[in-house]
Design a protein around this ligand. Structure first.
Ligand SMILES: *Cc1c(COP(=O)(O)O)cnc(C)c1O
Length: 379
């Protein structure tokens, strides 16, 4: 008899535990008919700023818009009257597309840096090589829930006087030496996409910062650059968060630390299960880091075949990410070529994410470990 496949994630399990309180919170917003901004949005901003130990937070419409709004608030934005682009922004070659897509949309040139083999995060050495007189910002990503090497990255950035915008979409609550992601640079950008560690009931995001005047700029950009009402010093967008999203997030936030711990326990189970399997490279977390494991990404030989066989055996897995950004078709005109970022290229070729969500059952973890071991033994 075939048992049920193990899902990559199953949001229904989490929702079933908080269903009644979420529905009551939604009803409260619906009865108020204050659908955009308002008290719930202010409350989630305050609570997340406190959670991350930063001075200010500005809720926005998505993680992607958080990145774009942060760039625009820093003045990295090409107007139609500009003859030149808005400068260069350095991003890792291996990350979700939005990191570089936002730079492009702001009218700046994404400049790629390679990653570290161990952490999958931006290499400070490669970053330093990418800096030019036109560099306007550096955007490290805390990929899969682990902080990038922010000591080294901030040292390079500070020495060159370049602002750092952290992409924390996968890393809310992750920390390094006790400092939470988003509190190292000028600002951090969060995503509340449903499969992130703190997922909303739709799209949402946030910019967090210790610079209160920068927070005011982000808040202005969020609402068409308007300040005061109907007066526009610069052009912004509609990057506002719905009150319904804020109300849902407020019900989830109190559980976030226990969900992180459940993900970490699942990761520890896999680490132990694969410790004696030289063909399975498990994620390496630096001793000074607290990872929140948005993803658990292993590296395996013959990855595509592995993935296919694992799925056939009832384990759902996924590739984050199959093609580094410097090789994406939309960036072809930037002129990068094969071999420019060898680590990013190697990782993209052999990485694979296993189910890691907090509500996984013991029997499911065991099945994932058993089947992956069986599959790689034949590779
Ligand atoms: C999810 C994600 C984003 C974008 O967030 P959205 O809320 O989906 O717009 C940006 N960067 C990274 C690294 C992400 O994982």
């Amino acid at each position: 008899m075939q048992d049920n496949p193990v899902p990559l994630f199953d949001l229904k399990r989490q929702y079933s535990k908080i269903r009644e309180e979420v529905r009551a919170a939604f009803d409260e917003v619906l009865d108020s008919q204050m659908m955009i901004g308002g008290a719930k949005v202010a409350e989630i901003e305050e609570k997340i700023a406190k959670y991350l130990n930063v001075k200010a937070a500005v809720a926005v419409s998505s993680g992607t818009d958080a990145l774009l709004a942060a760039l625009m608030a820093k003045g990295i934005y090409r107007s139609p009257l500009d003859t030149d682009n808005a400068g260069e922004v350095i991003v890792p070659a291996f990350t979700f597309f939005a990191t570089a897509g936002c730079v492009w949309r702001a009218g700046a040139v994404p400049v790629f840096a390679d990653i570290e083999e161990d952490s999958f995060n931006m290499s400070a050495e490669s970053l330093e090589k990418a800096i030019t007189p036109r560099t306007k910002a550096i955007m490290p990503v805390h990929l899969f829930g682990q902080c990038a090497n922010m000591d080294a990255i901030m040292e390079v950035a500070n020495r060159h006087g370049i602002p750092v915008i952290e992409d924390c979409a996968q890393a809310i609550g992750a920390s390094r030496k006790g400092v939470k992601a988003g509190a190292f640079g000028l600002c951090g950008c969060l995503s509340f996409f449903p499969t992130k560690n703190l997922g909303g009931f739709g799209d949402g995001g946030m910019v967090v910062t210790n610079d209160e005047s920068f927070a005011e700029e982000v808040a202005r950009v969020r609402n068409h650059g308007m300040q005061p009402k109907y007066f526009h010093r610069s052009v912004g967008g509609n990057f506002r968060l719905d009150a319904l999203q804020a109300a849902g997030l407020l019900k989830k936030l109190p559980h976030l630390d226990s969900w992180h711990e459940a993900r970490r326990a699942n990761a520890a189970f896999y680490d132990a299960a694969f410790a004696c399997e030289p063909k399975i490279l498990t994620p390496k977390i630096a001793r000074e880091n607290y990872s929140v494991y948005n993803q658990y990404v292993v590296r395996v030989p013959n990855r595509d075949k592995c993935l296919q066989e694992l799925r056939a055996r009832g384990v759902n897995c996924e590739i984050y990410y199959p093609l580094p950004l410097h090789k994406q078709e939309c960036f072809a005109k930037l002129g990068y070529k094969d071999g420019d970022f060898p680590v990013a290229e190697r990782v993209a070729a052999d990485c694979m994410a296993l189910p890691i969500f907090p509500e996984l059952e013991k029997s499911e973890l065991e099945k994932v470990a058993r089947e992956l071991k069986a599959v790689v033994s034949g590779m």
